[in-house]
Each structure stands twice: as structure tokens, then as C-alpha cells.
Design a protein around this ligand. Structure first.
Ligand code: APR
Length: 244
């Protein structure tokens, strides 16, 4: 913790996470050299237009991803666990905003969590917006439990060109935050990539980036710690808790 910065005991902490925090749980990131976007094109699988044009292909991609997340990523890693520990032990409010559609924060014990890009563990109907928990495969023949239509069921994830979830709640926590920590995100995708600028313009929060390498927005943070999430996150959480 730099000398110039004092964290009060009732400070609000906001943490933004991205794919890098789940990489050591066996999940691929998006933009690393072997990442998902090196294997499939965004415009073929992650836009409403792609779903309209080729729903079978989009379903097969998400069926594969959902299965992989449920099987390979059953276990949160030390970084997810450290954030849950911070939430339990810190006297002020701790909010985790994740871009990830895996469920590793909640299985690690985080409770105050915003899934701004949705989750693999739910499906929803494009016709009536009814959302339901989902584990298995989905197809154009899947019937919506809400309206009984076929062809509308889709992954409950936010695609490019769609509005992220819970932006009002996110704005409220960013405005009130005293410590903003960004973990495992490359800073390519807005609005999440712009949260650091929002916080910086408000001017009250200390800002920290924890990542494998400096992200696109690294220069905007007050400080950065670089290395694998399972090392830098627990160590930073220990540092914050040591101020109590
Ligand atoms: N520990 C910490 N950071 C890591 C690790 C690790 N073990 N492995 C990779 N990283 C870092 C990378 O260096 C990179 O900066 O995590 C970041 C991952 O960046 P992206 O792959 O771009 O993932 P993310 O920022 O979450 O992507 C944002 O884009 O298409 C999408 O919707 C998708 O939510 C996602 C959004």
C-alpha cells in the first residue's frame, strides 16, 4: 500500500474481474495468444446477428463452452477465494463486478456479485425474456417454459452490441467507491474498460490493477501489480486486510 494512500476501515471496495482470474482454474481467456477469439470469430458466435443468421452454430459454440465451464472449471482458484475472504473480513462494502460468465466467484463464496455479461448457468427466451437455470445443451428446438415458443431460447450472456446487465447498480457502486481494483481483464471491452476512467474522474478512489501484464488502460491506475492472479490477488488482499 503506498504511503500516500490511507484506506479507512469503512471504505467501499469495488473489484472488476475478467477472464484472467479464471485462467488458472483451466478456463481460456479471450485475447491471449491461445484465447477463444484466436479460434472463433466474434461476429460468428457472439452477436445477435450471428444468432439470427446461424443459430445452430451459435448454440453448438455455447453448448461446448457451458459444458467446459461446468466440468473443467468446477473449482475456484486462490484468487476467487481471496476475494470471498476480503468480502467476509472487510468491515466496509465489497462489490465484485465480473465480466465472466463462469460461476467461480459464487462457488468461491463471493456474495455481493454483479454478472454484467450474464452467466452460462442460465438460458433465456428472446421472445418473452423468461430466464431459467440451465445446465445441459440448448438448440433451436428447445421449448421456452415461459411462453411455450420454440426457437427463442438462447444463452443468458451479453453479446457484442447488447447492453450489459445491471448498469445502474454498477454506476452507483463506482460513484461511491474508495478503492477500485481491476483483475485479469485486458481493457478491450466497454463499458467495463471505461470503469477506471469513471472512477478516476470522480477522483476519490485509489485504483489498482492486478494482471498478468499491463492492460490497455494500465497508465490510468494509481498502481499495478503484475503476475498470475493466484499469486497477486491473495497477496494484495492480505495487504488490504492488514490495514485493519
Ligand atoms: N492471472 C492474471 N491475469 C491473467 C492470467 C492470469 N493467470 N492469464 C491471463 N491474464 C490476463 C491477460 O494478460 C489479459 O490482460 O487476463 C486478461 C484477459 O483479457 P481478455 O482475454 O481480453 O478477457 P476479458 O478482459 O475478460 O474480456 C472482456 O471480452 O469477448 C469478451 O465478453 C467477453 O467478458 C469478455 C470481455
Amino acid at each position: 500500500m503506498p504511503q500516500s494512500f490511507t484506506l479507512e476501515k469503512n471504505s467501499n471496495i469495488v473489484i472488476l474481474t475478467g477472464a484472467g482470474i479464471s485462467q488458472e482454474s483451466g478456463l481460456e481467456t479471450f485475447r491471449d495468444p491461445d484465447g477463444i477469439w484466436s479460434k472463433v470469430r466474434v461476429e460468428d458466435v457472439a452477436t445477435p446477428e450471428a444468432f439470427k443468421k446461424n443459430p445452430d452454430y451459435v448454440h453448438s459454440f455455447y453448448n461446448m463452452r457451458r459444458a467446459r465451464h461446468l466440468i473443467a472449471a468446477a473449482n475456484p482458484n486462490d484468487a476467487h477465494m481471496a476475494l470471498a475472504r476480503l468480502e467476509t473480513q472487510w468491515p466496509g462494502q465489497v462489490t465484485v463486478i465480473t465480466q465472466n460468465v463462469d460461476s467461480l466467484h459464487e462457488s468461491g463464496g463471493t456474495q455481493n456479485l454483479i454478472h454484467m455479461h450474464g452467466v452460462h448457468s442460465k438460458a433465456r427466451c428472446d421472445h418473452c425474456q423468461h430466464a431459467v437455470p440451465w445446465e445441459g445443451d440448448m438448440s433451436t428446438a428447445t421449448v421456452c417454459e415461459g411462453c411455450g415458443d420454440v426457437g427463442g431460447m438462447r444463452p443468458h450472456v451479453v453479446w457484442f452490441g447488447e447492453t450489459p446487465l445491471e448498469l445502474g447498480r454498477i454506476q452507483a457502486v463506482l460513484v461511491a467507491c474508495d478503492l477500485f481494483v481491476s483483475i485479469g481483464t485486458s481493457g478491450n471491452v466497454y463499458p467495463a474498460a471505461g470503469f477506471i476512467s469513471v472512477v478516476q474522474q470522480i477522483g476519490r478512489a485509489h485504483t489498482v490493477e492486478l494482471n498478468l501484464e499491463p492492460s490497455l488502460g494500465a497508465a490510468l491506475f494509481s498502481e499495478g501489480r503484475y503476475g498470475p492472479a493466484t499469486e497477486v490477488v491473495p497477496s494484495y488482499v492480505d495487504e488490504v486486510l492488514a490495514t485493519l
